[in-house]
Design a protein around this ligand. Structure first.
Ligand code: GRG
Length: 296
């Protein structure tokens, strides 16, 4: 409960900063600024910004100093969700419990809102250079890391493999590739960016990267388990026995019990990676437990 309050507190600070950075709805052309704000303020948990800030704090940095980078990650995440929901991709009508961006603003505007959020994220990152004593070289390093996480070696690569594998049987390696890129890449970039901008040394960066990679897997396997458990509740059928449950997920490939074990193992490894940081990494520790124990 204490952890959830802390997450809400950080999310509130991130929301306030996003509200300052995004142009007001009345800015010309109004429709694009309304579309951008609509999805940004649709109720996301702000996990990636919270992770970036927590990584900064684990190595002695502060939320204030890295806030533009934290917001940049949320802009990229939201862009990817807007585009993922488009008719040409997942064709979803609802996201975060509200009509999707293209349902409200039309497809052209949703594409542009996503593009604008992605572009703005790099504007925010570039603005960090020289601010609060952040070295320009560290900003360039972070921009390179985040670009790799968003591009064909990250989010886009994962999305492409997901699209071309639709309706095909995929093996464990392909499933891991899709998850590592679609979900893991931004978590990893968030953690590493917070650390680099706060002066982490090589050892600290290595441990935090290790944490992020195990965290990403624990997050995604748990997501798959919840997805399948939800389907089973609805259909009353066991894993793999209907069309939806046949899609590539950890429970479908490994069975539910082994999927639980894999999620637990990844969570343990993530916690182990945080040992060198002691109490300074408490938030990151609680976050892993929260993610594997959530029920939705
Ligand atoms: C269109 C380039 C492009 C990529 C799309 C992110 C993505 C790739 C697709 C969205 C669907 C999906 C399975 C994403 C995996 C990441 C994930 C679990 C997103 C949800 O993250 P949360 O739980 O969501 O942090 P909130 O709404 O809280 O921000």
């Amino acid at each position: 409960m204490e952890f959830l309050n802390e997450l809400k507190k950080i999310a509130g600070q991130v929301d306030a900063a996003l509200n300052r950075y995004l142009l007001p709805e009345s800015s010309c052309p109004e429709i694009i600024h309304r579309a951008m704000r609509y999805s940004i303020f649709a109720g996301g948990k702000r996990l990636r910004p919270a992770m970036l800030i927590a990584a900064a704090e684990a190595v002695g940095g502060s939320a204030d100093k890295v806030m533009p980078a934290a917001c940049a990650l949320e802009l990229i995440h939201t862009y990817s969700l807007i585009h993922d929901d488009l008719p040409s991709m997942d064709d979803d009508d609802y996201r975060r419990g509200k009509p999707t961006n293209h349902k409200v603003f039309g497809e052209a505007m949703a594409i542009l809102a996503g593009d604008a959020l992605l572009t703005m994220s790099f504007q925010l990152l570039a603005g960090l250079s020289g601010r609060n004593g952040i070295a320009p070289a560290d900003v360039v390093r972070v921009i390179a890391d985040i670009s790799a996480a968003a591009g064909t070696t990250g989010l886009i690569g994962g999305q492409v493999v997901d699209i071309v594998s639709a309706n095909q049987e995929i093996d464990a390696g392909t499933l891991e590739y899709i998850h590592t890129k679609k979900t893991g890449a931004l978590f990893r970039a968030a953690i590493r960016s917070g650390a680099v901008l706060s002066g982490a040394d090589d050892e600290e960066l290595k441990s935090l990267t290790n944490y992020a990679e195990h965290f990403g897997l624990a997050f995604q396997i748990t997501d798959d388990i919840l997805d399948v458990a939800g389907d089973m509740q609805k259909t009353g059928k066991p894993v793999g026995s209907d069309e939806k449950n046949n899609k590539a997920t950890y429970p479908a490939l490994y069975g539910l019990e082994e999927a639980y074990r894999l999620a637990g193992y990844s969570a343990e490894q993530a916690l182990y990676a945080l040992e060198p940081f002691g109490e300074k990494a408490n938030f990151l520790k609680e976050l892993v437990k929260f993610v594997v124990n959530r029920d939705h």
